[in-house]
Design a protein around this ligand. Sequence first.
Ligand code: ITT
Length: 193
Amino acid sequence: MELVFATNNKHKISEITAILPKGFILKSLSDIGFSGDIPETNPTIKENASQKSHFIYDRYKTNVLAEDTGLEIEALNGAPGVYSARYAGEHCSFEDNVKKVLSEMEGKTNRNARFITIISLILFDNEYFFQGIVNGKIIDKKIGGGGFGYDPIFIPNRYNETYAQMSTELKNKISHRALATQKLIEFLKSRTI
Ligand code: ITT
C-alpha cells in the first residue's frame, strides 16, 4: 500500500519509514511533485495534523497521512505545545527552540513534560486519527547528538538517557511517534487483510 506523507520534516520521514513494515510505501511530497509549505494554523495538534493531510488530499486525491507533534511542559503551562516548531519565532532553528526552552526552564523545579504526536490518515476519503504520548523530564542542558528538535533535552520516564543519546532503533521503538505509528500500522493491517 502506498501513502503520501505530507511533511517537510525529513527526520519524521526517516523515523516513520524505519517503523513501517514491508508492503507499506511512503511517498514524499517531492514524489508527487509538491513543493512548498503546508499551512498549520490551528490551535490544536489534532486540527493541525488534519489540516496538513487535508491540504494534500484536496489537491491530489490520494491516500495521505500527516502528523503534528508537540512538546508540552508542565511548568510552562503546556508550552511550546502546538507552537513547538516555531517557539523561538518563525523560521527559527531546532537550536533556537531548545535554547528558548532551556532559558524558560531556568530555576524551575517541576521538569515534567510530554511529547504528543497525532497522526491524521485520510484513506479512501475517510479520516482516522492515531495518538502517541510519552511522558518524561526536561533536563537543564543538551545531551546527545542523535535525533532532532528537542531530543537532546528530553529524557523519557523509565530511561536514563535523552532521546538524542538513544540509538535510532530504541527511539523508533518507544517514542511518541513510534506509539502513534504502531497504532496506524495495526489499523492499516486490519484494513488490508
Ligand atoms: P511538518 O509540519 O512539515 O510535518 P514540522 O517540523 O513543522 O514538520 P511539527 O509542526 O509537528 O513539524 O513541529 C513539531 C516540532 O516539534 C518540530 O519542528 C521539532 O522541533 C519538534 N519535534 C517533533 N518531533 C520531535 C521529536 O521526535 N523529537 C524532538 N523534537 C520533535
